[in-house]
Design a protein around this ligand. Structure first.
Ligand SMILES: [Zn+2]
Length: 145
C-alpha cells in the first residue's frame, strides 16, 4: 500500500506537491549535487549515493538508477569514439596499433569520467519525475504492492 501525503488523505496538494524542474534537477545531479537544493553532495563514493542530503535532508535511498547510467554512458561514448575513429580512418588511415592506442584509453577514460555525472543526472531525473517512490513524503517506501 502507498500512503498519500503526511496525513494519508489524498488532496490535490499531496498529489501535485512541490514543483520540480526536470532540467535543473538533472543539472544538479550531473554536478554531483542534491537534485532538490543543489547544495548537498549526492555521492559518498564514486558511484555510491549518500543516504540523504546534508543540507536539505532529501532521502536519496529510494532512487533506482540500476543499469541506466551505464547504458547511457555506452551510448554517449559510442557516439564520440566511433565517429572519431571513422573520421581518422578515412582521413589519415594510420596503423591499427596507433588507432587502438588512441581509442581504447579514450573510451576507458571517457566512460569513467561520465559514469558519476550521468548517474547523478539519472537520480535527478527520477526525483524530478517522482519515479519509483522517490518522494520525501514517503522516504524509503518502495514496496511493489
Ligand atoms: Zn539537498
Amino acid at each position: 500500500m502507498e500512503t498519500v501525503g503526511a496525513t494519508g488523505v489524498w488532496t490535490r496538494e499531496t498529489a501535485v506537491g512541490e514543483k520540480r524542474d526536470l532540467w535543473s534537477a538533472m543539472k544538479r545531479g550531473f554536478r554531483g549535487r542534491c537534485p532538490r537544493c543543489g547544495e548537498g553532495k549526492l555521492f559518498r563514493a564514486f558511484l555510491k549515493t549518500a543516504n540523504n542530503c546534508s543540507v536539505c535532508g532529501l532521502d536519496f535511498t529510494p532512487h533506482r538508477a540500476d543499469d541506466l547510467p551505464a547504458y547511457l554512458v555506452i551510448v554517449i561514448v559510442g557516439h564520440i569514439v566511433v565517429p572519431l575513429a571513422l573520421w581518422i580512418e578515412t582521413s589519415y588511415s594510420p596503423g591499427v596499433w596507433l588507432q587502438l592506442s588512441i581509442y581504447l584509453p579514450l573510451t576507458f577514460v571517457l566512460s569513467l569520467a561520465l559514469l558519476q555525472p550521468v548517474k547523478g543526472a539519472v537520480v535527478g531525473l527520477q526525483w524530478a519525475l517522482r519515479m519509483h517512490g522517490f518522494d520525501e513524503n514517503s522516504p524509503g517506501e518502495t514496496s511493489p504492492g
